[in-house]
Design a protein around this ligand. Sequence first.
Ligand code: GLN
Length: 494
Amino acid sequence: MSPVLTDLTAAEIRRRVASREASCEELIRAHLDRLAAVEPAIGALLVTLEDRALDRARAQDRALAAGAEAGPLAGVPVVVKDLLNITGLATTCGSRILEGYRPPFTATAVARLEDAGAIVIGKANMDEFAMGSSTERSGFRPTRNPWDPTRVPGGSSGGSAAAVAAHMAPMALGSDTGGSIRQPAAFCGVVGLKPSYGRVSRYGLVAFASSLDQVGPLARTVDDIARVATVLCGQDPRDSTSAALDVPDFAAAVAREPEGLRIGVPWAVLEGVETETLARFREALGSLEAAGASVVEVELPHLPHAVATYYIVATAEASSNLARYDGVRYGHRAPGIIDLEEMYGRTRDEGFGPEVKRRVILGTFVLSSGYYDAYYLRAQKVRTLIRRDFERAFESCDAVATPTTPTAAFRMGEKTADPLQMYLEDIFTVPANLAGIPGLSLPCGLAGGLPVGLQLLGRPFDEETLLHCGAVFQRVTRHHELTPPEPSSTGQQA
Ligand code: GLN
């Protein structure tokens, strides 16, 4: 019952469970109590899995008592974004169209965590089909930023980030198609890793844009991220896009010394960054330099085209992926209609929210025969140029650094009327998805009292260098120890 248990890292939780200093049940109860106290003010979760979590905790305690070995995530409470399937439990993807859908299988990412001893305590709110940067586009309700309930937590994994920031769980799973792990991590003051394309299985992840989507973790320390990444990464025969590569020893990477690390900064493209956010970024570079890393300038000449490119590629793929929600196979079906086409149309009209509709229409347009060459094909070419920009940059550095976002968390409602303003939030995060490279967001202090993030981007499949660099940063700074104010227990949910 001690509230202190909810301040522990995953590594410390696992240590206590393995040494029998704490039981899984006691740990899960502490987190469920914390969740019950703070969730009304934040709204991070769509469902709390109290009974399932306690059953699993007790089962794990019994197994440990009988001599079983503690897994690498033994007893660690985890929150899972509601686009990862768990057998028999509703998966909504933040959409009314999936209401009532219960998948008959579990996502590999979740299964790997559970096999390692982690215990899922809830499914996190998100922008519908992961389309958004604020979690205001959830088909159910928005999530609030634990640092300031009038502000957004970022998105689309806003529920996952808010849950970790508010100490409901020490770690969470999210997905990142154009920044949806890194941007909410930055806005909520936690660490988020988008692994390289192909590093983590997407089996059981509801698809948004298949050439960009990746599953990844959020936590409060780089050590915890390394711990969960070791469990999460690796080839899966059920996902043909998962790479046949060995998973390195991420724990060894975080223990390394900083000597020889070269950080590349694309100063020319950082012009639009808000003053205080930029100041925190410069200080973060200073901390890394003081620790022994060197900072060089790099060029990413095509980065200014990344948002436009992303919103063509992502919407094109989404329009195709979301064609399956027709009222026949999944979730919602418009009632009382005899004509098949009318049933498709009405189901999609009732089930999808405005942002999803906008993207399906835009994606269908850019793929249409008259405009394919002008938009989709052109975007694919620019995508290649962006990837080459990074290849060139990595000739002179080991990681590219930018602020994760141009500003700290914006106010709720501030950008919903103007989708373009919302899309421009993604300027620094979408390039990694277009290039398929890994990205890590680290808390690097406060701007106007709100957290902002340092983003590090690495070579394909070089998560190791990012974790190494992130661990060095957390050894020499204390930004990750900052915690949001306690939310009012009376609840502020609008
Ligand atoms: N904010 C971006 C979008 O709206 C990225 C979303 C994501 O990564 N899932 O598409």
